[in-house]
Design a protein around this ligand. Sequence first.
Ligand SMILES: Cc1ncc(COP(=O)(O)O)c(C=O)c1O
Length: 410
Amino acid sequence: MSWMEELYEHPPVWVTHGNGASFWDIDGHRYLDLYIADMSAFCGHAPEPVVRAVAERMRRGNQFLLPSEDAVPVADHLAGRYGMPKWQFTLSATQANTEVIRIARHATGRDVVMVFDGKYHGHVDATLAVLDDGVVQPEYYGLGRGATDKTRIVAFNDVAALQSALSSRDVAVVLAEPAMTNAGFLLPQPGFHAALRELTVDAGTLLAIDETHTLVTAYGGLGREWGLQPDFVTVGKSIAGGVPLAAYGMTDEVASFLRAPDDPYVVSGMAVGEPATGGTLFANALSLAACRSALTEVLTEQAFAHTAKLGARLAAGLRDTFARQGLAWSVTQEGSHAYYAFTPTPPHDGATSRAADDPDLRALMRVFMANRGVWESGWWLGPTVSVAHTEADVDAYVEVLAEFVTTVTA
Ligand SMILES: Cc1ncc(COP(=O)(O)O)c(C=O)c1O
């Protein structure tokens, strides 16, 4: 759990339980949760329908390494919601994106993976790279030599850079969030997604839209909201109420590359007929029961109407607070999710977002707010409401944030 310690610039609190919009620590303190576990608790803590579905599934057995009765209804539901006909399940979005990249490489016969500066798509080796003076470098220790040699990184919202990076026609897949959520909340500029789609098609490159975070902003994610037409969609985190499950959807054309080819290559007498996908616990009966319940009983269209209203209230509260204190801080928001940057204009790419940020100030803010019963998001994210939050919760959050802002500017 060492990575968990690194998430915060202070010791983490240890949790006993959660309910609705709050959780409690081992000392009995209650926290109103605006981090919602990096969006994975968007259903609220201990959502009743999921609790029931999980208990019921455990009673009847949870793991068979065979498809269970919920797999087809869940896949059908995802198809309708996210507009992709074919679905595969994993346990995390990291694993989903890993498989997306493998399928894309197999389908295109190319190696290069392109991502946007400031991205996070999970601990997928090919995406664990950063730009250092314009040169792609591994982001972490422990990656094999050459793990990121086939990774290309461009600035979000930079159509000219995108065009140039795709022009060599060696990119298998562009992996992108519809709006970037891991370096602030970076919205696409008008025309950016249309250009991204057009340029990837022209270059013979597949386009994967990662909605792991953004699926909380709108029913069907931002892809559906904005009419995007990718080749893959990744979802995860909250889709099973926080029970481990992720999934990726594909077009029929892309899914055809999962079929065994006519001429499989042979290793030690065994035919290797498909890209590497799957795992013992992937699509287990428990995760799928949780997911079916979360999708149909918790993450409903009405729930998204509720969280969108709360998100607008949250953004208005933030803007009002900053204006009253004479702070030229900008706020971006889509549905349930908001972000504030310490600059008058919202950052538009990873570099402007990093330059605008002040991690020490955010860390101070989190501790100040935690001491007043509010669990603020990590510095890279911004506050998000869950299905379980109320108007009173949003107002309570804004009140504590306003207290912080008033205190530090006094
Ligand atoms: C956009 C995006 N994709 C993928 C992931 C990886 O998700 P997981 O940690 O569930 O593998 C994350 C995690 O924060 C994410 O933000």
